[in-house]
Design a protein around this ligand. Structure first.
Ligand SMILES: CC(C)(COP(=O)(O)OP(=O)(O)OC[C@H]1O[C@@H](n2cnc3c(N)ncnc32)[C@H](O)[C@@H]1OP(=O)(O)O)[C@@H](O)C(=O)NCCC(=O)NCCS
Length: 375
């Protein structure tokens, strides 16, 4: 008996998870029991990573220890750095280099082939701690600058800003960046997380799984959309251009980046926070026109198409207002989602079964062999 396929696995429940919950009709996102609206104003990124991995919020001491454990793991393997220095050039796509950086780390990790819970947690800590270091190194090498070593005395997000730019960011900018990471942390069985779980379910190791996740996130229908959303706003250029630009885009049947979602049929709750952050930060940076343009585009997309912005839309102007180069937007998404990917690999390994769906075959079945000279 052959079942028929749900295109793009829409609506298919593939497995169980206790990490995050989405109600697409009501616009609800929950990390381990906590609504995102409870967490976003209060928690730090690493506090929510602890929550995701351990199923409860850390107390003071636990959080300090967790932050400390990750801080001392920030330095990447010397051979990973050597590899990046050899391969990365001005033209390198940062997400492609990140995929390679994660792979290199996997080759040199002492726990690489050990999928036990303890080894998995050690690797998860290293991966979350080192992803910013890899991205900052890629960013600097592309610009012909020396990568900077991590400084464990700084907070997770502070140190990323310093390693990428060579300067300490303002407290407000670092806090805003940290909040975007929290909002990107986890999101059910999104494409990249599902890719990680498929790899983990073969008893593949954590680095292989998350390298697959980076590959899936890179695509413009997934994490690549935050950078494309900014390209769109720059292309529109002015709030007055939104209407003619959108009419043309509809006529050309273009997908508007940063809009639409497979699961949400209403406001993406992460967009609620990012919209407000975008309003405040663009005003502070004297870039109000980009917020105005975004609002106009949002209103027209909702009234003309009934399609809401997703997490990536307002994140674009948040990053733009923070002065972050556009090709780092998707790598930043990866820093946040690394906490989710590693959590999902641990959950998969803790209760594993191979993930192996069927395909609906739509080809021929009864062809006869034809000798090569007769074809
Ligand atoms: C996220 C996304 C891939 C979900 O795709 P999906 O569930 O397969 O939805 P579909 O592509 O089948 O879209 C359903 C309908 O809405 C339209 N639609 C969906 N997103 C759209 C968008 N961003 N712009 C214009 N139209 C869109 C489709 O054209 C389609 O219309 P039709 O039925 O008239 O053909 C899709 O909305 C998209 O491509 N968005 C832009 C990329 C993006 O922002 N990705 C980040 C997601 S967090």
């Amino acid at each position: 008996m052959t079942a028929s396929a749900a295109k793009g696995l829409e609506g298919v429940v593939a497995s169980k998870t206790s990490l995050s919950f989405i109600d697409g009709l009501e616009g609800i996102l929950v990390y381990r029991g906590y609504n995102i609206h409870e967490l976003a104003p209060h928690a730090s990124f690493l506090e929510s990573v602890f929550l995701l991995w351990h199923g409860r919020l850390p107390n003071h001491q636990e959080l300090e220890r967790f932050e400390g454990d990750l801080a001392v793991e920030r330095a990447i393997d010397a051979k990973t750095l050597e590899g990046l220095l050899q391969c990365v050039s001005e033209k390198t796509i940062p997400m492609a280099a990140l995929r390679t950086g994660i792979s290199l780390e996997g080759m040199f990790d002492a726990d690489a082939e050990d999928n036990s819970p303890d080894a998995n947690e050690r690797k998860a800590k290293r991966l979350v701690a080192r992803t910013p270091t890899i991205i900052a190194a890629i960013h600097r090498i592309r610009q012909g600058m020396e990568p900077l070593a991590p400084d464990p005395s700084l907070s997770f997000s502070q140190d990323f800003v310093r390693m990428a730019t060579g300067e300490a960011g303002s407290d407000e900018a670092v806090a805003a960046l940290d909040r975007t990471l929290l909002l990107y942390l986890d999101h059910g069985f999104n494409a990249s997380t599902f890719a990680c779980r498929v790899i983990a379910a073969t008893l593949g190791d954590m680095h292989s799984a998350v390298a697959g996740g980076v590959g899936a996130l890179k695509g413009s229908l997934h994490g690549g959309a935050n950078a494309k959303a900014m390209d769109t706003l720059l292309e529109i250029g002015d709030p007055d251009n939104v209407t003619p630009w959108l009419e043309r885009a509809f006529a050309e049947k273009r997908k508007i980046m940063g809009f639409g979602h497979r699961v949400y049929r209403t406001e993406d709750p992460r967009a609620t926070h990012l919209r407000e952050m975008s309003r405040v930060l663009t005003e502070q940076a004297g870039l109000e026109k980009f917020y105005k343009m975004s609002r106009e585009l949002e209103e027209q997309m909702i009234s003309k198409k009934g399609i809401n912005p997703n997490v990536d839309f307002y994140c674009a102007t948040v990053y733009y207002a923070l002065g972050i180069p556009i090709d780092l937007y998707t790598p930043l998404f990866a820093i946040g989602r690394m906490g989710g990917w590693t959590g999902h690999v641990m959950e998969q390994h803790a209760n594993n079964r191979l993930i192996r769906p069927r395909a609906e075959y739509v080809g021929e079945k009864d062809l006869r062999w034809v000798a090569i000279e007769d074809r």
